[in-house]
Design a protein around this ligand. Structure first.
Ligand code: 13P
Ligand code: SF4
Length: 329
């Protein structure tokens, strides 16, 4: 999965991490945006933010190392209040999570009384505590429809909100948050590429709307993988974080990946060195304040309960391939 010279370079660190993992009874979870030496070299479980939340809910390890960003580690802590959760670099944040505060959610509720609030998992625990349910890009439609309300508030990502609205009859009230990585893609990137190649273009729902409209497929990181596995195009362009292509290419060497991608500086704070260090020191630990944790946990659990349904399973498998296409149920 990683080249021979890379393997030799990383081997001493990987060996240290494996030894510490066993000594600490630890498990390593890695998001799809982690570098290949982490994703294929030391991770026990890998996936999108929904899969990582589910894995975090089911582990019986003493220690969870979250190779991702802070909101993912907080979600793991909410689901495992008595386990040690480590985030190898405590500065690994997320522009979306920073785009909304608890008081913004309270103000939205004041302006739209009685309308339920759903927050994207890319939010702080304090924001989750103000919301009725949480969602990820893999299950946003299922969560929105499960609340039995003609209108819902969906925060903070504006593009995910519009993507979700295009797939449901529920009216969506959105917020103005953006991902600093996905908002850098433009529709003209796709137009220029189409003039040169016949690559299959897959975009994350955090991309701007015109990018989503121009893409062949729009879906979460797990949806993209499912779509590539089913379709096996000769060449593909993933409009998302750069490491996604590297990680999928290792599993699908038959697909040629084009590389105009963008890096997430937050995800890239996680390295083999700081994974080893955090296992050695059992720090930095992620804690969620007592006044926030029970309500935030309720929002996350509601998502996990609601999405254990066939509809959610369909949505997660990437059944919808064009913006506006029905989910097929
Ligand atoms: P996924 O839920 O698709 O893994 O995306 C998380 C994320 O942070 C995308 O930028
Ligand atoms: Fe946050 Fe965007 Fe990075 Fe995902 S890619 S963690 S949404 S900043």
């Amino acid at each position: 999965m990683i080249s021979e010279p890379e393997r030799l370079l990383f081997e001493p660190l990987i060996r240290d991490i494996e030894r510490l993992k066993a000594a600490r009874k630890a498990i390593i979870l890695a998001h799809n945006y982690q570098t290949p030496e982490i994703f294929h070299g030391v991770a026990d479980l890998r996936g999108d933010s929904l899969a990582l939340a589910r894995e975090a809910a089911e582990t019986d390890a003493d220690v969870i190392v979250m190779c991702g960003v802070r909101f993912m580690a907080e979600t793991a802590k909410l689901l495992n209040p008595h386990r040690t959760i480590l985030l190898p670099d405590s500065r690994a944040g997320c522009s979306l999570a920073e785009s909304i505060r608890p008081q913004d959610v309270r103000e939205l509720r004041r302006r739209h009384p009685g309308v339920p609030v759903i927050c994207y998992v890319n939010t702080s625990a304090a924001v989750k505590a103000e919301c009725d349910a949480c969602c990820t890009s893999a299950n946003a439609v299922a969560v929105v429809e499960s609340l039995d309300s003609a209108r819902v508030i969906l925060v903070p990502d504006e593009h995910l909100a519009r993507y979700t609205a295009s797939r449901t009859d529920v009216e969506i009230i959105s917020w103005h948050g953006h991902c600093e990585v996905h908002e850098r893609f433009t529709a003209s990137d796709i137009t220029e590429l189409r003039a040169l190649t016949r690559a299959y273009v897959l975009a994350h729902p955090e991309c701007p709307d015109d990018v989503q409209q121009a893409a062949d497929y729009v879906g979460s990181t797990s949806g993209m993988i499912a779509e590539l596995t089913a379709r096996r195009p000769a060449s593909a362009l993933l409009l998302t974080e750069c490491s996604m292509s590297d990680n999928v290419a290792a599993v699908h060497p038959e697909i040629h990946f084009l590389r105009p991608c963008n890096l997430c500086a937050h995800m890239k704070r996680i390295t083999l060195e700081n994974i080893r260090d955090c296992l050695e020191r059992l720090a930095p630990r992620i804690e969620v304040p007592d006044e926030v944790a029970p309500k935030a946990r309720r929002a996350v659990l509601r998502m996990l309960e609601l999405t254990a349904s066939p509809r959610a399973a369909l949505a997660e498998s990437g059944a919808s391939t064009r913006p506006g296409a029905p989910l097929g149920v």
